[in-house]
Write a protein that binds this ligand. Structure first.
Ligand SMILES: Nc1ncnc2c1ncn2[C@@H]1O[C@H](COP(=O)(O)OP(=O)(O)OP(=O)(O)O)[C@@H](O)[C@H]1O
Ligand SMILES: [Mg+2]
Length: 125
């Protein structure tokens, strides 16, 4: 089933180029970020694929933080921090959302899922 345009939570992600002062600093040194322009997400699912180290995780992390998620993952209510090393990309992303808002959201991030699982255990105990 193809979802209609209005039910899509995130439609486009674009770079606020006018606010970037220098392309000599990470993450703007990465071509995937530097030439981002506007990314249109598919209404159903979008795959981001590419070589190791090209910046997929950096981009996804930036989108997640711009949407209000904790960099390490979890729901938007998880605001713990074990390892604060995220880039400032989120400040430079403009996110266009659809009319509908999700009831539940979760940023599932494999790199730091151990931290999220530990946090959930702490909440439970
Ligand atoms: N804080 C940082 N400062 C400078 N460079 C960084 C920083 N974080 C990541 N990098 C570099 O940016 C590049 C992109 O990293 P990223 O983890 O986003 O790539 P990736 O596409 O997700 O790779 P993989 O397929 O291995 O998961 C890598 O060369 C990485 O070493
Ligand atoms: Mg990665």
């Amino acid at each position: 089933m193809m979802l209609d345009d209005q039910s899509q939570y995130v439609k486009t992600v674009s770079l606020k180029k006018e606010q970037i002062i220098s392309y000599d600093e990470f993450p703007f040194t990465l071509p995937i970020i530097k030439y981002l322009d506007k990314l249109s997400l598919h209404p159903n699912v979008t795959y981001i694929i590419g070589e190791n180290g090209m910046g997929k995780s950096t981009l996804l992390e930036g989108i997640a933080i711009a949407l209000g998620f904790n960099p390490e993952g979890g729901t938007q209510n998880y605001q713990f921090s074990n390892y604060d090393s995220h880039s400032q990309l989120d400040d430079y992303l403009r996110i266009a959302r659809g009319a509908n808002r999700p009831k539940d959201t979760f940023f599932f991030r494999s790199e730091t899922f151990y931290n999220v699982a530990t946090y959930i255990e702490e909440l439970d105990s």
